[in-house]
Design a protein around this ligand. Structure first.
Ligand code: HEM
Length: 127
């Protein structure tokens, strides 16, 4: 069997750093997402890199530095509807293509991210 973590299967730190860079290049150009973010993406990129590393079974970088992720709580100060969740996922899909993630492992990771993105939705009113 294959005992590697998803983190190892996609190529570890190098791949994740590339994925996160490409992902936020799309986010900062997306009209439904860009207004939510600060002009400087340095900090959010770093935190997302740390989070995804541990999410995929790599070192617990995020929790070591910032404590429990409590992702939904940390997103409550931003209005996130299904439109934003879809937008986030479409940016991630493009980034995965461009970072060269393929096959079953890519589908598995995307499925988990889709659940997480929908879990962040905190408003259902007409926007
Ligand atoms: C932080 C938006 C989904 C992981 C943020 C920030 C925004 C945001 C605006 C804060 C930027 C700042 O610091 O000013 C969104 C939107 C989503 C979404 C609109 C759509 C559903 C996700 C998902 C994940 C995630 C699915 C994880 C897979 C993170 C992490 C941070 C963050 C780790 C940093 C949290 C912290 O340490 O404060 N997000 N996000 N986000 N997001 Fe999301």
């Amino acid at each position: 069997g294959d005992n590697r973590t998803p983190y190892e299967m996609i190529g570890g730190a190098d791949t994740l750093a590339r994925l996160v860079d490409i992902f936020y290049d799309h986010v900062k150009q997306h009209p439904d997402l860009a207004p939510l973010f600060p002009d400087d993406f340095t900090e959010v990129k770093e935190r997302q890199y740390q989070f995804l590393t541990q999410f995929l079974g790599g070192p617990t970088l995020y929790s070591d530095i910032h404590g429990h992720p409590m992702l939904r709580a940390r997103h409550m100060r931003f209005p996130i509807g299904t439109i934003q969740a879809q937008a986030w996922l479409s940016c991630m899909q493009k980034a995965m293509d461009q970072a060269g993630l393929e096959g079953e492992i890519r589908d598995h990771i995307f499925d988990r991210l889709r659940l997480t993105a929908h879990h962040m939705v905190n408003q259902w009113e007409q926007q």
